[in-house]
Design a protein around this ligand. Structure first.
Ligand code: SAM
Length: 307
């Protein structure tokens, strides 16, 4: 069982101070007291705004309770720093920014930018930021197969990529590589990938990803195991971990120019067995209000119309 932070175990009327903060700069941060009710309601707003997942691209959404916990973890870890999300169908980016904006979390990143190839996600982030006047939240349409164009603009990256069950973690590594480039081969990354003791492939992927990160000059600085659950019908018990990587001192000196991955062997089984990437972008057909039922989902039968 996951041990919950104190603020999730207490009621709103008895907030408590959490342990001392990590050694990042935390200007003007007050005591860490969080109102659970406000936090859950804020996440509910975010979930309403989230486009429905497309399974063929491994979009599988994290459950709401885990989003609350994860947002607090991410806001704390990225406090005062510029954070790049390499893909974010879960909308952890929006959750973090919104919890900060509403004052539920008294700490958080200075800037959040989402890079995703799904225009529905990009537009949902932008619309939410606009509606809630969240000035430090932005999103850009971007496919990880293309060379990255914002190299070195960030201090840390977050990714919850396709989990690479059928390609020895190569799809994870593609997203991690873009995160590393976003940080100019410096800073820190949080990689959210499968973690399950009962099956083999998550262990193999964890090993391959750690090796890939080490080759790029990063070491594993922390791991939080089996934290998150997903809306995943065929594997409801499969969880993911937070794998933290940090750049070795002086690593920015080995920064390489970003390159396209198109035409390389790294794309085999990218979204699962025999599912190579064939799509540059997922485009939004029409603006949808995700919180409301679509009119093609139901039909109205008038009163007295049964005879
Ligand atoms: C692959 S899903 C992984 C599951 C995760 N729980 C989620 O649904 O966000 C993560 C994100 O990566 C995005 N994505 C998938 N393929 C991509 C690509 N080639 N380039 C950029 N983003 C991509 C998806 O749109 C999604 O938002």
């Amino acid at each position: 069982m996951i041990s919950l932070p104190g603020w999730l175990r207490r009621s709103k009327t008895e907030p408590i101070a959490l342990p001392a903060p990590p050694p990042y700069p935390r200007p003007n941060a007050g005591p860490r007291q969080v109102d659970l009710r406000q936090a859950v309601n804020a996440i509910s707003d975010v979930v309403q705004n989230r486009p429905r997942p497309l399974r063929e691209f491994d979009q599988i959404h994290m459950k709401s309770g885990d989003m609350v916990l994860q947002s607090e973890i991410v806001a704390d870890w990225a406090d005062g720093r510029r954070l790049a999300f390499i893909g974010d169908g879960d909308a952890i980016s929006v959750s973090v920014a919104y919890l900060c904006k509403r004052g539920v979390l008294p700490f958080g990143p200075s800037q959040i930018t989402v890079f995703d190839f799904d225009e529905r996600t990009v537009n949902a982030v932008k619309r939410f930021a606009d509606a809630e006047r969240i000035e430090n939240l932005d999103a850009r349409l971007y496919n990880v197969l293309d060379a990255f164009l914002a190299e070195g603009e960030f201090d840390c990256f977050y990714t919850n990529p396709p989990w690479g069950a059928s390609n020895k973690g190569e799809s994870v590594n593609a997203f991690v590589e873009r995160g590393i480039e976003a940080c100019g081969y410096g800073g820190d990354g949080m990689i959210v990938i499968a973690d399950d003791d009962a099956i083999d492939w998550p262990k193999q992927v964890l090993a391959y990803v750690q090796r890939f990160a080490a080759d790029k000059g990063y070491y594993v600085s922390k791991m939080q195991r089996k934290l998150h659950e997903y809306h995943l019908d065929d594997a409801p018990d499969l969880r993911s971990c937070n794998l933290y990587v940090s750049a070795l001192p002086g690593n920015t000196a080995q920064a390489q120019p970003s390159r396209s991955l198109l035409g390389t062997e790294r794309l085999e089984n990218f979204y699962g067995r025999s599912k190579e990437p064939r799509v540059h972008y997922v485009l939004e057909r029409k603006r949808l209000n995700y919180g409301k039922a679509h009119d093609d989902e139901y039909e109205l039968k008038p009163l007295g119309g049964d005879q």
